[in-house]
Design a protein around this ligand. Structure first.
Ligand code: PMP
Length: 316
């Protein structure tokens, strides 16, 4: 779908996956005017195809577009485009329980612009790819390192929206962490350098007794849809949940730590390294709470438990 700066998107069309044409002076290539989303379609044993809270992705894209000076598809246009794309690619959706179809909507300033300004034309597209289950055989803990020099977001910046530049900002720290054998990087706030923010592509939670805490959304953390859902699921299971300022000390003294995101679902954290200190959680790094919330969320997403919250959209 394409549109100019002042008009809305019109009806899109299906195209075979392949390269797209883009002006060398397009807004996205020169000034990073781009946003994306990520969601998954699951196949159920009875053949139906399910999406998990896709209207949340549509709304988050619209909020991000406002920050990035872009027009965005309406929620209805977004949902229809996802529906048409997924159904046209139905053969790529893995069998029930064997994975999902990852859906990547992209919105970008595709028009040519030489001086710094919002682009005159925009493109919204969606591509899909089958992905396996993140955990093949039971949950496996991830090992994180806290980054003390680089930050992924600063107050007033674009850290709270899913813009492409946020991901460029984390590549250096993430590559260095991976080269040292860590799974990923946990970022701190850039002002006090002691409050947790998030991981390169997922949110973080800390468990102490019956209390589950996660950093509050304040413009520098992506409002994850899995994060929001886990807060509700945990609450419904009798946990006390809190969105607050979570310090490094609270993290290091936690009973359990886990991360949430569309790709990682609920990932238990086995160890955290902070400066020269390494803290491990539990005997095998897979805490009871992480395991319980992972099972609750995945069975909901795969349509195995009753959808009491009304989060599932059935495409067919
Ligand atoms: N934080 C960042 C920076 C991310 O890229 C993602 C993945 N979209 C998340 C958190 C988790 O968000 P969600 O649960 O909506 O996938």
């Amino acid at each position: 779908m394409k549109c100019s700066k002042d008009e809305g998107f019109s009806k899109g069309e299906l195209q075979r996956f392949g390269n797209i044409e883009l002006s060398p002076s397009s807004g996205v290539l020169n000034y990073g005017q781009g946003l994306f989303e990520g969601l998954k379609a699951y196949r159920k044993h009875d053949g139906s195809i399910l999406l998990f809270r896709p209207e949340e992705n549509a709304t988050r894209l619209r909020e991000g577009a406002e920050r990035m000076c872009m027009p965005a598809p309406t929620v209805e246009q977004f949902l229809e485009a996802v529906r048409v794309t997924v159904l046209a690619n139905e053969r790529w959706i893995p069998p029930a329980g064997k994975g999902s179809l990852y859906i990547r909507p992209l919105l970008m300033g595709s028009g040519a612009v030489l001086g710094l300004a919002p682009a005159p034309e925009y493109t919204f597209l969606i591509y899909v790819s089958p992905v396996g289950n993140y955990f093949k055989e039971g949950l496996a803990p991830i090992n994180l390192i806290i980054e003390t020099e680089m930050h992924r977001a600063t107050p007033g910046g674009t850290g709270g929206v899913k813009t492409i530049g946020n991901y460029a900002a984390v590549l250096k720290a993430q590559s260095a962490a991976k080269a040292k054998g860590f799974s990923d990087v946990l970022y701190l706030d850039s002002v006090h350098k002691r409050y947790l923010e998030e991981v390169s592509s997922c949110n973080v939670f800390v468990v102490k007794g019956n209390l589950i805490s996660t950093p509050a959304i304040k413009g520098t953390i992506l409002p994850g849809i899995t994060r929001k859902s886990i807060l509700d699921v945990a609450r419904s299971q009798g946990f006390q949940v809190e969105e607050s300022h979570v310090t490094v000390d609270e993290l290091l003294e936690a009973d359990e730590v886990f991360c949430t995101g569309t790709a990682v679902v609920v990932s238990p954290v086995g160890s955290i390294t902070y400066r020269d200190k390494r803290v491990t959680y539990g005997s095998d790094g897979v805490g009871r709470v992480s395991q319980q919330l992972y099972s609750a969320l995945t069975s909901l997403q795969m349509g195995l438990t009753e959808d009491k919250m009304g989060w599932i959209v059935k495409l067919k």
